[in-house]
Design a binder for this molecule. Structure first.
Ligand SMILES: CC(=O)N[C@H](C=O)[C@@H](O)[C@H](O)[C@H](O)COP(=O)(O)O
Length: 227
């Protein structure tokens, strides 16, 4: 197994902004990463070579790199080996890839992609999974860590809270570190994820997406008049 790079018991802050978000700009994501580091984050998760280059230039924290490409309804988190290569060149220390059992756009298997990342790029791999079976299969395929990132995003309605049951199940069954990620919104969620066995916890929108935070606050206003 590759060195997991990320120390245990850390909070990783996901600094990502999608098109349509005014913060979708590498300089803004670098400022987010600096703020996260100043607040005590132990790692940064970031999307795409441009953001990763900008973030690498302002922090020595471990960077979990992803490259979102293609259709968000399918395999779109670092779908190919070339996508992984681009983010490692940009400065990522670990690569996260879609670790679900869905067909991959280049028709390689997850095991082939992971082997390529290990052998050609020399970094560890996090499998972003959606359920226990995917987590076990991803570990079997060579993933160094598994994360609950895609739970709730591969069918049906997206739940309101984190999938702590999946954290617990994975932590009891896979022999590698488990990262809790996805809809972790509060310090209580962070604590519960650690108690469920998470090696590290990733928080995104609740820290780095003021558009989403604002919308939630607005939604909470009773009898809001929509103009
Ligand atoms: C499903 C998907 O595309 N997840 C993405 C993966 O990188 C990000 O959009 C999330 O923000 C990240 O996983 C952190 O989760 P949250 O923002 O809920 O704390």
């Amino acid at each position: 197994m590759m060195n997991p790079v990320l120390a245990p018991g850390n909070l990783v802050v996901s600094c990502q902004a999608q098109p349509g978000n005014p913060l979708a700009d590498p300089a803004a994501m670098a400022l987010m990463a600096r703020a996260a580091a100043a607040g005590g984050a132990g790692g940064i998760r970031a999307n795409g070579p441009r953001d990763i280059v900008a973030i690498r230039s302002v922090t020595d924290l471990p960077i979990i790199g992803i490259h979102k490409r293609g259709d968000p309804a399918g395999v779109f988190i670092t779908p190919t080996l070339d996508d992984a290569a681009a983010i490692v060149r940009a400065g990522a220390d670990l690569v996260a890839v879609d670790g679900t059992r869905r067909p991959r756009p280049d028709s390689r298997t997850l095991a082939e992609q992971i082997r390529g990342i290990h052998e050609e790029l020399g970094v560890g791999v996090i499998a972003d999974v959606d359920d226990l079976r995917a987590g076990l299969a991803a570990r079997e395929a060579g993933a160094d860590l598994v994360a609950t990132t895609l739970s709730g995003y591969t069918g049906g309605e997206v739940p309101g809270g984190p999938d702590l049951d999946l954290v617990r199940l994975l932590a009891g069954k896979v022999d590698c570190p488990v990262i809790a990620e996805g809809r972790i919104r509060t310090p209580d969620h962070v604590r519960a994820a650690c108690e469920a066995g998470a090696y590290a916890v990733v928080v995104g929108y609740a820290i780095t997406n003021p558009m989403d935070i604002t919308a939630r606050m607005v939604q909470a206003i009773p009898d809001r008049e929509v103009v």
